[in-house]
Design a protein around this ligand. Structure first.
Ligand code: RP5
Length: 165
């Protein structure tokens, strides 16, 4: 049996990668296996369904889905699996991602999408949320996450504000 791919990262377009790569980077930094794909809920709905099913077979534990504008991708992924879905609203051209946020976060009761902030912070935090979830059953990953938090805190403690002229 080949290695499991623990996290599925999907985005509606290759134009979302600049934001969604933050989620992939977190997975890479923590040594969590992932696959990232550009698949669209409205342009390639059949491929989204087939990919979700394939990822489940390969041992996927959670999905991160990012899309912009009428951002139904995370909800569509959630409709096809009972695995946890973390949604990332992608900044959009005209409404700056408010449209993406509302269409990702406002899932009707019964099919949850845990939605993060708009943009890079949301994508990075989606990665960290998945790591935290996996760390519940992985002592080594838990230690890495604690070390990450400690080093982040240390940076803030050591930060110095500029002098007034
Ligand atoms: C959404 O439409 C994508 O998630 C992307 O954020 C947005 C624009 O897509 P492109 O026109 O750049 O492919 O489906």
């Amino acid at each position: 049996m080949s290695e499991k791919t623990l996290v599925g990262i999907v985005m509606g377009s290759t134009s979302d990668w600049e934001v969604m790569k933050e989620a992939a980077q977190v997975c890479k930094d923590f040594g969590v296996s992932y696959e990232a794909r550009a698949l669209s809920a409205h342009r390639t709905p059949d491929e989204v369904e087939a990919w979700v099913a394939d990822m489940e077979k390969r041992g996927c534990q959670a999905f991160i889905a990012g899309a912009g504008a009428a951002a139904h991708l995370a909800g569509v992924v959630a409709s096809k699996t009972i695995l946890p879905i973390f949604g990332v609203p992608i900044p959009s051209k005209y409404l700056k991602g408010l449209d993406s946020l509302l269409s990702t976060v406002q899932m009707p009761k019964g099919i949850p999408v845990a939605t993060l902030a708009i943009g890079e912070a949301g994508a990075g935090n989606a990665g960290l949320a998945v790591v935290a979830m996996l760390a519940l059953n992985d002592v080594e990953l838990r230690q890495k996450l604690l070390a990450f938090r400690a080093s982040q805190a240390e940076k803030v403690r050591n930060s110095v504000l500029p002098e007034l002229k």
